[in-house]
Design a binder for this molecule. Structure first.
Ligand code: SIN
Length: 565
């Protein structure tokens, strides 16, 4: 890949894309030859796109419609999906797939597959369970063919912000401060618009399918710059992350259960024999994950088993080559032995608040893919809608940038009405998240999130983690030097964790992927999205009502933080 400095004077950039998954590269390719665009990335192909085993959902089968796909998306979203966004994303799905084919992606021939939550078969795969890898390679090839400048080994430190217009407190993003790992140098890259495509925050949990790059850097930088974040409490736990002791955990796709694989407890008994009605192996992911967690607690183990022996060896090889490879590498032959699996943080629905074009609440800043929160997924994401969102919203962001002549206009902000009051340090358990260096602190945070902010949560556990995070944050607040590397990642992870815990604690109900054992029912009071930003008093929250015709858009009323960088 080409070196950014050799191609462009960074001061000349119209658009800086941070991240190189399906969403970021779709933006860059949509602008190629029209605006001066460059991509910076921790690692080309090192994000979640490359690992995605599920497919891409699009209503292309006979008798299927985009409207039916939108309905399934909104049902999965458990009352918090944005209808307008769901309709536009599903309506543009077929076009997005055609664009990927145009960039060189080759999808498997034959009828689309059916996955959990979809009323009909509408999921397209490539090379069986290597869909993400196929798309990623095609997009990276297209970027290279077009000579787009790319700077790899580079991580985001901060967004560069300056006052905008005459209204006091409003500001715009004018580029990013990045750390160039090869040169071991901090660089300021100025651009009319910065597009965050940095992925989600799955690395906050000890057991995750998210790659190590997903430490929430984009979210944390956006928060510090003054952007609003939304829906952070909703994290999808996939039932079958493989428990081989790897980080990230390799995924055993849900499609395996669709093809006949069965879940067993660690004693070898079929899991569904212990479950209630509607809790079979192919129930929604959150339901299966909770059933597994319950059984694991009963047996005092930390895994269940996936029995893939009912699947013929040819089918395993043809449709699940990635799964087969991962098992064999760990010394398990899934044709003859059961595979240890456990509920695993898989997809983070929350992110930087955007509209369906990737516009954030800050001028000059867009967010696309998992780092963004367009409202498509609501409280729970429908299978195979994540690659789709990246492809559609990425293309729409590029179109919006062309319309805005390279300087992205903001979407309306949400009124922030309440300053978050964080719990005081706990008296009974010392949950220290500090000391021992960045690697130890990262591990401690991830274990705490897995234990207390996992498949199910309760107020006491959330308060414990919230207090420990607040204590860790106050001890590092004095440090004004730009942080880089492992230390920067830990601080970003803590900041996103703190915001996530605040919203999880505030939402006193169970809905979608957010399950509170102390508030097991779903409440009409909480049919609202939570929005959070830094404020003069710390963190402030607001609510975004969900109307059937889309989300309402009230104006900002609480002052944002004064010291955004
Ligand atoms: C899977 O194949 O089980 C994962 C697909 C997805 O997360 O959309």
């Amino acid at each position: 890949m080409s070196e950014l400095a050799g191609q462009h004077n960074p001061d000349d950039l119209d658009v800086l894309v941070v991240g190189s998954g399906i969403a970021g590269l779709t933006v860059a390719l949509g602008l190629a030859g029209r605006l001066r665009v460059a991509v910076v990335s921790k690692e080309m192909g090192g994000g979640s796109t490359e690992l995605a085993q599920g497919g891409i959902a699009a209503a292309v089968g006979a008798g299927d419609t985009a409207a039916a796909h939108a309905v399934d998306t909104l049902v999965a979203a458990a009352g918090l999906g944005d209808t307008g966004v769901a309709e536009l994303v599903t309506a543009q799905a077929a076009e997005a797939v055609a664009r990927l084919v145009g960039f060189g992606a080759r999808f498997d021939t034959g009828a689309p597959a059916r996955e959990g939550g979809h009323g009909v078969a509408r999921v397209l795969h490539a090379r069986g369970d290597a869909t993400g890898a196929e798309i990623s390679h095609a997009l990276m090839g297209a970027v290279k063919d077009r000579g787009l400048p790319v700077l790899t080994g580079t991580s985001l430190i901060e967004l560069l912000v300056e006052p905008a217009g005459r209204t006091e407190g409003t500001r715009r993003v004018v580029g990013a401060l990045v750390y160039d790992g090869a040169l071991k140098k901090v660089r300021a890259l100025r651009a009319r618009t910065t597009v965050l495509a940095t992925g989600g925050y799955g690395q906050l949990w000890a057991g995750t399918t998210s790659p190590v790059t997903c430490s929430g850097d984009g979210l944390a930088a956006a928060l510090r710059a003054g952007a609003q974040l939304a829906d952070l409490e909703f994290v999808q736990f996939h039932p079958t992350g493989m428990a081989f002791g790897l980080d990230p955990r390799p995924l055993a796709s849900e499609a395996l259960r669709g093809a006949g694989a069965r879940l067993r407890d660690s004693a070898g008994r079929y899991l569904h024999e212990h479950n209630g009605p509607g809790e079979g192996d192919l129930a929604p992911r959150d339901v299966v994950s909770r059933s597994m967690a319950r059984r694991m607690a009963e047996l005092g183990t930390d895994y269940c088993l996936l029995d893939a022996t009912p699947i013929e060896p040819e089918e395993l090889q043809g449709h699940f080559p990635t799964f087969l490879r991962s098992c064999l590498a760990a010394g398990t032959d899934p044709g003859t032995a059961h595979v240890p699996v456990s509920p695993t943080a898989h997809y983070t629905m929350g992110g930087v608040l955007t509209d369906g074009d990737g516009r954030t609440t800050l001028e000059g800043l867009m967010a696309v893919g998992e780092v963004g929160c367009s409202g498509l997924h609501g409280a729970n994401r429908l299978a195979s809608n994540s690659l789709l969102e990246g492809a559609v919203v990425g293309a729409r962001a590029a179109a919006a940038l062309l319309e805005d002549d390279g300087r992205a206009a903001p979407r309306p902000a949400v009124a922030l009405v309440e300053v978050v009051s964080e719990p005081a340090p706990g008296e009974l358990i010392d949950l220290s998240l500090q000391g021992g260096g960045p690697a130890a602190e990262r591990a401690a945070l991830r274990e705490a999130m897995q234990t207390y902010v996992g498949v199910s949560r309760n107020g006491a556990g959330l308060e414990l983690v919230g207090a420990a995070l607040a204590a860790a944050a106050s001890s590092s607040e004095a440090d004004h030097e730009p942080l880089v590397g492992a230390r920067a990642e830990v601080e970003n992870m803590r900041q996103v964790a703190r915001a996530t815990v605040a919203l999880a604690l505030r939402r006193c109900e169970s809905r979608g992927a957010h399950w509170r054992t102390d508030h097991p029912g779903t409440s009409e009071r909480w049919r609202t999205r939570q929005v959070l930003a830094l404020s003069a008093g710390g963190m402030a929250v607001g609510e975004l009502a969900v109307a059937d015709g889309g989300a309402t858009e009230p104006a900002l009323s609480v002052a944002p933080a004064a010291g955004a960088q």
